[in-house]
Design a protein around this ligand. Structure first.
Ligand SMILES: NC(=O)c1ccc[n+]([C@@H]2O[C@H](COP(=O)([O-])OP(=O)(O)OC[C@H]3O[C@@H](n4cnc5c(N)ncnc54)[C@H](OP(=O)(O)O)[C@@H]3O)[C@@H](O)[C@H]2O)c1
Length: 238
């Protein structure tokens, strides 16, 4: 695998001018990664970076702006666009994504009235549709359920489990290592990329709970210990 586990690894986000991508960009920069906020417009990206830096003047954030191609040239790339733009966006920068870990956090959801409904995208999941566009990438589906507003509050932990699935164990472990650096987040290996269908669809349930209980829920699972039963072998991580 092309990417080594290391702090200082460059992480680029595609479509990071939205709530999810900008929050994740700020959070990853806050735990020591060098982050590039990608966008179709480098000016929108610059605005987002300026906003983050102004919001956190006391933090030394290594965060820069660029277009999606600049973000895609990083060591690890995260797709943070709406679901129906994810595959197309990945395809538009495919030359930069060859043999890289590409994390897809997009959920295929439709809001009908007050109801959130899961959609089944072509190939069964957004992640699978990205994998189909960039065959040599190590596509990982993750970060679907972490609320953007909490992620953006980089001076506080975000308490949540984070499900990760991919067909490449090293890619799962690399992403687990990144997530593990964020205080409060616990990465969990949720199996192969085929499980992205269920993980993405489950987001509709969480959004419905938010509406019903006027809150922002996060996912935590009981029964997974820190010992040998832990899903991710922590010794393998950096
Ligand atoms: N919000 C959350 O709490 C949260 C949490 C976890 C996961 N997610 C998932 O993360 C994804 C992004 O969420 P979001 O709320 O940040 O989305 P968003 O604001 O709707 O979109 C994010 C960015 O994607 C780019 N984009 C929009 N339409 C595009 C198109 N047709 N082609 C290419 N790029 C396009 C835009 O950036 P530019 O115009 O600058 O290119 C936009 O700012 C969603 O799939 C969501 O399900 C969200």
């Amino acid at each position: 695998m092309a990417c080594a586990y290391r702090l200082g690894m460059r992480i680029g986000l595609l479509g990071a001018t939205g709530p999810a991508g900008s929050a994740l960009a700020a959070r990853l920069a806050s735990v020591g990664y060098e982050v590039v906020v990608g966008s179709r417009s480098k000016y929108r990206s610059l605005e987002v970076v300026d906003t983050i830096i102004e919001r956190w003047p006391d933090q030394e954030l290594s965060i820069s702006s660029g277009d999606n191609a600049t973000a895609a040239s990083c060591d690890v790339v995260i797709v943070a666009t709406p679901w129906d733009a994810a595959a197309e966006t990945a395809a538009s920068v495919a030359e930069h994504l060859q043999s890289k870990v590409v994390v897809v956090m997009s959920n295929a959801i439709s809001k009908v009235g007050r109801e959130f409904q899961p959609l089944v995208p072509p190939r069964g999941s957004v992640a699978a549709s990205v994998q189909a566009e960039v065959r040599s990438a190590y596509v990982v589906a993750s970060l679907h359920h972490v609320p953007a507003r909490e992620l953006a509050l980089i001076d506080a932990p975000v308490v949540s489990d984070v499900l990760i699935c991919s067909d490449h164990r090293e890619a799962t472990e690399l992403v687990a290592g990144i997530i593990d650096r964020v205080p409060g987040l616990r990465p969990l290996d949720a199996g192969e990329l085929s499980n992205a269908t269920a993980i993405e669809a489950f987001t509709a349930v969480l959004l419905q709970l938010n509406t019903r209980y006027q809150t922002r829920v996060a996912v935590t699972f009981t029964g997974i210990g820190e010992g040998p039963a832990a899903a991710i072998e922590r010794d393998d991580l950096p």
